[in-house]
Design a protein around this ligand. Sequence first.
Ligand SMILES: O=c1ccn([C@@H]2O[C@H](COP(=O)(O)O)[C@@H](O)[C@H]2O)c(=O)[nH]1
Length: 303
Amino acid sequence: MSDGGFGLGFGFGGVLHSALEAFGPLCVGIDPHDFLLEEWGLPSSAAGVREFGLRAVDAAAGRAGVVKPQVAFFERFGSAGYAALEDVLAAARAAGLIVIADAKRGDIDTSLAGYAEAWLTPGSPLEADAMTINPFQGVGSLAGALEYAVANGKGMFVLAATSNPEAAALQGATLPGSGSDQASLAPSLATATVSRAIIDDVSAFNAGRIEEGPVGSIGVVLGATVDFAARGIDVTAAHAPALPVLAPGFGHQGAQAADVRRLFGALAPYTLASESRSLLQAGPRGLAAAIDARAAELRAALV
Ligand SMILES: O=c1ccn([C@@H]2O[C@H](COP(=O)(O)O)[C@@H](O)[C@H]2O)c(=O)[nH]1
């Protein structure tokens, strides 16, 4: 986003906080699946995903604070798909929307730095406000990229408890001991699940930058379909600064907007409820109304 009227005083956490207050929790996913392109009367091509993305941006602007383009659906068309994505990212930011690039990058620290530079450098062709990253190579491998994001007023959402059922065994596994400097940004509980340890590490990273404002610039991805108690995640715990949550799983994957507070507890005021297919299926003419309706439902659920 340019600054979208949200102000840039506190970096990404501050901008996100202002957007949540202005629009509520809805995050509109921009996922140009082939079946949606067909329903929208668009070709399965780079031109098709570009048009789809631009129309989704038009519908979201002024109705939701945040959009989340799924990079994969653009990437399948190679360089032309990336050019289309560049146009969609730029249009969304120009429209005052916060843009989270759902790119799920992860690697050793030096290579991850390249991804951070690609997506989070002001003025870069793929500039977004935040991106999703994958901690499979160790949360410690993210440290440099997280620092880069914060230094540039940007944000990151670290996968911690993803919405897909196949993730439960790996992410719910219990760690043998507390973290070390190599494995972890901060020591985690001796009996923590992988999901819980990632949340603790991200929260500790934000706590080291409390002077930046009441909401952290680094968040976690917690799927709305996850059984948090079974995963060892305490949603009643307070985080200082507040921990932003990107929560896919609403809509098509089954979670209900009305349940956002019950599911996310103390995290709910800082949770982005993300929906893609369930909104986009309304079609280009119905999308704005679908966004209005879901945004109102989510705001009402937080009162
Ligand atoms: O845990 C995760 C992380 C990311 N996603 C992404 O969110 C959308 C969900 O789309 P729907 O159509 O609303 O199901 C999609 O881009 C996923 O890659 C997720 O689902 N779960």
